[in-house]
Ligand binder design. Structure first.
Ligand code: F6R
Length: 366
């Protein structure tokens, strides 16, 4: 049932082109230049009248929420707050009928996320769910929602759930942007076209597998990793670090690249590998200067770069290329090599990739 792969996680990583296609099928209608999502259309007034959108989630789903914050604010110009469900529900949050709460959950069973939904509903907010598991508790508890259609995710470490959550949230942001008039029709069409090409580009990114395996071999025995990214790719850095921690038990931290000089730079020496997401669009020059700072402290640099990159290639110890896309869609590609890197390191260390110690697929207790 692993479809010829050694682990569910690897199978699910490779399923992402199909999963993302399934997620936008019937919703992204490029010919007609529209996005059709029943849960949004039926509740358009609620979204358009919202003073802000609050996103609640845990773990990887929270990282997808952070990516969505950039997309919603950028495209739909609506203020967004992203909260850990566990913190949100216990801090006496200010919620009104003018708030829209989006809960993101692969399993649809996460206890803290479910409790945050109930709290927001009790204050009169409109609650929208982004779940993978059909008929799950969160899918039932929310007023409306959109499924990710990623198919069953068996590996405990979330992979295709993450990229399909980002896909759904991107569709929502684009739909709202169109309704609000915060995106031009040509820009909107361009986004649809680029989003439609993502599955092909994910496929392309997966071809780096053998190269990534070699990098994994070099660094598998270190005890610490840093992951850096800026803008849309800051949450991807967090997600890359989480993936590595979860399945390889190597300590890893994700940081916004510019925060490095406010502390973590003290950790850098010749034993520290640093994964830097340095794709062409979005703060490229600034990330390059962060890479220079790392290099002058002898840190080992693994750059995630756009195909054909030259500048980072000159500075980094290793680069992994991903195809070019819009900045807002880049997390869907930059995530792929990070999933593969953690997978290969964990396998080389002999860890139980699909069922890491101490972890459960759905966290139904708080
Ligand atoms: C990470 C992981 C967890 C989940 C988190 C939320 O790989 O699997 O961090 O993302 O427990 O789970 P869901 O999305 O089911 O609410």
């Amino acid at each position: 049932e692993k479809g010829g792969f050694d682990h569910f996680m690897l199978k699910e990583i490779h399923e992402q082109p199909k999963a993302i296609t399934d997620t936008y099928r019937g919703r992204l209608l490029r010919q007609e230049a529209i996005i059709k999502m029943a849960g949004i259309e039926d509740n358009m007034k609620k979204f358009l009248n919202a003073d802000r959108i609050i996103i609640v989630a845990c773990g990887t789903s929270w990282h997808a929420g952070l990516v969505a914050e950039y997309i919603f604010e950028d495209l739909a110009r609506v203020p967004v707050e992203v909260e850990y469900a566990s913190e949100f529900r216990y801090r006496n949050p200010i919620i009104t009928e003018k708030d829209v709460l989006i809960a993101i959950s692969q399993s649809g069973e996460t206890a803290d996320t479910l409790a945050a939904i109930k709290l927001a509903k009790s204050k009169g907010a409109f609650v929208f769910g982004v779940c993978n598991v059909v008929g799950s508790s969160i899918a039932r508890e929310t007023h409306a929602g959109a499924y990710t259609h990623a198919g069953p995710e068996i590996g405990v470490a979330s992979t295709k759930a993450f990229t399909t959550q980002i896909t759904v949230l991107t569709l929502i942001a684009l739909r709202l942007a169109r309704a609000k008039g915060t995106i031009s029709s040509s820009d909107f069409r361009h986004h649809l076209l680029e989003l439609e090409m993502i599955p092909k580009k994910v496929e392309e990114s997966l071809k780096s597998d053998a190269h990534i395996q070699k990098i994994a071999e070099i660094y598998k025995d270190v005890s610490n990793f840093l992951y850096l990214g800026r803008g849309y790719n800051f949450p991807v850095a967090l997600e890359g670090a989480l993936k590595l921690k979860e399945i390889s038990y190597i300590h890893a931290e994700g940081y916004p690249a510019a925060e490095m000089k406010h502390g973590p730079i003290a950790l850098i020496d010749e034993n520290m590998p640093i994964v830097v997401i340095a794709t062409k669009k979005g703060h490229y020059e600034k990330v390059v200067s962060n890479i220079q700072e790392i290099k002058s402290r002898k840190g080992k640099i693994i750059g995630i770069v756009t195909e054909g990159d030259v500048q980072v290639k000159e500075l980094a110890d290793h680069v992994i290329e991903v195809p070019e896309t819009l900045e807002s869609l880049s997390p869907l590609l930059t995530t792929i090599p990070l999933q593969l890197l953690s997978y290969h390191i964990a396998v080389m260390l002999g860890k139980n990739v699909d069922q890491p110690r101490n972890l459960a697929k759905s966290v139904t207790v708080e």
